[in-house]
Design a protein around this ligand. Structure first.
Ligand SMILES: Nc1nc2c([nH]c(=O)n2[C@H]2C[C@H](O)[C@@H](COP(=O)(O)OP(=O)(O)OP(=O)(O)O)O2)c(=O)[nH]1
Length: 142
């Protein structure tokens, strides 16, 4: 199984209210769809190092990783029969995210209410991840 990593970049790891979403430019079947920035883990790389590298390359930022958005398998969330993605919450530490590579638009979208977030044409495999992310970042009831 090919290992993919993705970042749920939020405005604040302590009190997340917005998520940075990215619109892919390729391949044709994913162009125009929204996703978690990230990419493939290279041989010899840890997942965390791969994710920080991808965020630097794609968005031009240095990020800090928070908790993992745990998926159903050891390799995270299934994407296809041959690929799965682990996803971490993350926060920008340095830089301003820009669509440098693989994306033509970035958007900070409110997590709750999630109308705008859910209305975007996401890569379909990402939908269950979004649901888990929203459950995990919802403010605790008092
Ligand atoms: N980055 C990312 N990829 C996703 C998501 N959902 C999903 O199905 N994928 C798929 C699309 C791609 O087939 C694969 C990730 O590959 P990629 O093209 O982003 O990887 P990469 O940046 O390392 O690209 P490359 O070296 O092959 O050019 O996983 C997601 O939310 N984020």
């Amino acid at each position: 199984m090919r290992q993919i990593v993705g970042a749920a970049l939020v405005d604040s790891l302590v009190r997340p209210t917005r998520l940075l979403v990215a619109r892919r430019t390729s391949p044709p079947q994913f162009a125009g769809m929204w996703e978690f920035p990230g990419g493939k883990v290279e041989p010899g790389e840890t997942c965390e190092a791969a994710l920080l590298r991808e965020l630097a390359e794609e968005l031009g930022i240095r990020a800090v990783l928070g908790a993992e958005v745990d998926g159903p398998g050891a390799q995270g969330w299934p994407l296809t029969a041959a690929a799965a993605m682990r996803v971490w919450l993350a926060e920008v530490e340095e830089g301003e995210p820009a669509p440098l590579q693989d994306h033509d638009e970035l958007r900070w979208v409110r997590l709750e209410p999630a109308d705008e977030l859910e209305a975007l044409p996401w890569i379909p495999a990402d939908r269950p991840i979004l649901t888990a992310l929203r459950a995990g970042t919802a403010p605790a009831a008092t």
